[in-house]
Ligand binder design. Structure first.
Ligand SMILES: Cc1ncc(COP(=O)(O)O)c(C=O)c1O
Length: 384
């Protein structure tokens, strides 16, 4: 097998969900809080748009990097929501945000270059960096999952080419505030470093918290790759539709990778994206509100059992369970066995995730109540 792929770990979150599904098939009822996808169906007007285009016969190859109609809508979206002015040739569409991160990194780093990743991190970042022959460098957040920009700067070397930021964050739900974004921007400018800003959870924020796009800051658009997609905002995970805004020279490199691998994204999928962006955003707000109600509920329950931060976005909590057990793999195993609840061990999100579990509340209130009751019951008999 290849030395490169042998270094790559399977996705912990996808693997745990598969395990929970297997147990369910065997008749053992397991509630899965492991998966990172909205439980809502894709809104009907979006599905209808795609079906209409399939019936029209729009089923052929399309231009690599996105159809003009979708790039126009994305350009408007960036202007309105993020205060960034990307023209059509600064926009690139592919099969989900995940692959765009891979293509972007492949386009800007060389073997041995270092990429700074904020920890706890989304499980795919280090593996994608390794797949691109780069070296992940981890910078830990504090106990409230806040970033200290000075810590980032301390970890910069002559080989550092990229800093990956993710706000709101998977797994912690933390949002990077504007002040910290400015500090990170200053560091990127001073050391001539690219930023990959993963804004996939942008629409899922709570209270007064709003996602702030680093590329909207002076001198940042030319060094930032702004990543977004339809999976989380529009409950479109299985459609595989994501995009980036970035400088034209980076987009051109990404296009070459896409041309020789994916080729292009089906017209009907991209058209669904056009309709999602053009139509009323009420469906997005309805889902956001539901997530907020669930967030309030799970935080309250989790605080009674663990020590738990209040996340300002995304649909995860990342409670600390170390008063019961330090080892997050052991603890998740215990919850699966005794409470029949699947969660992701915190260690999957980096060493500083140890002692935590990630619980996704992208599931019904009824399932959340059931699961938390079961966790509470199981912990009564927990022996360290
Ligand atoms: C932080 C983060 N970025 C990117 C993605 C991938 O999104 P997509 O479905 O568009 O590939 C996920 C999915 O879980 C995620 O949590």
């Amino acid at each position: 097998m290849s030395i490169l792929t042998e270094k790559i770990k399977p996705s912990a979150t996808l693997s745990i969900n598969t395990k929970a599904n297997e147990l369910n098939k065997k008749g053992i009822n397991v509630l899965s809080y492991a998966v990172g996808e909205p439980d809502f169906d894709t809104p009907k007007h979006i599905k209808d748009a795609a079906i209409g285009k399939i019936l029209e016969g729009k089923t052929k190859y399309t231009p690599t990097g996105g159809i003009p109609e979708l790039k126009d809508e994305i350009s408007k979206k960036f202007k309105t929501d993020n205060n960034i002015y990307y023209s059509a040739d600064e926009i690139f569409v592919s099969a989900g945000a995940k692959i765009t991160i891979y293509e972007a990194l492949l386009s800007v780093i060389n073997p041995g270059d270092e990429v700074i990743i904020i920890e706890p991190y989304w499980v795919s970042y280090p593996e994608i960096v390794i797949l691109c022959s780069g070296i992940p460098k981890f910078v830990k957040t504090d106990e409230n999952f806040e970033i200290d920009a000075d810590e980032i700067e301390k970890n910069i070397s002559s080989k550092t080419k990229v800093i990956i930021i993710n706000s709101p964050s998977n797994p912690t739900g933390a949002i990077i505030n504007e002040k910290t974004m400015k500090k990170i921007a200053d560091i990127a400018i001073k050391h001539n470093i690219h930023i990959i800003s993963d804004e996939i959870y942008e629409k899922i924020t709570y209270g007064n918290f709003k996602q702030f796009s680093i590329a909207s800051l002076p001198e940042m658009k030319e060094r930032t790759i702004t990543v977004n997609g339809f999976s989380k905002s529009y409950a479109m995970t299985g459609w595989r539709l994501g995009y980036v805004g970035a400088p034209k020279d980076i987009i051109n490199e990404m296009k070459k990778v896409e041309m020789q691998t994916v080729s292009s994204i089906p017209y009907f999928i991209q058209y669904a994206g056009v309709v999602a962006l053009q139509s009323s955003q009420d469906c997005v707000e309805e889902m956001r509100k539901k997530f907020e109600e669930r967030r309030d509920y799970v935080v309250q329950r989790a605080k009674e059992i663990f020590s738990c931060n209040v996340p300002d976005g995304a649909f995860y909590i990342f409670p600390n369970h170390s008063k019961y057990e330090n080892d997050s793999i052991k603890f998740s195993g215990f919850l699966l066995e005794k409470a029949k609840v699947a969660v992701v061990p915190g260690i999957a999100f980096g060493n500083s995730g140890e002692g935590h579990i990630r619980i996704s509340y992208a599931t019904s209130m009824e399932n959340l109540k059931k699961g938390f009751d079961a966790i509470e019951d199981a912990l009564k008999e927990f022996k360290k």
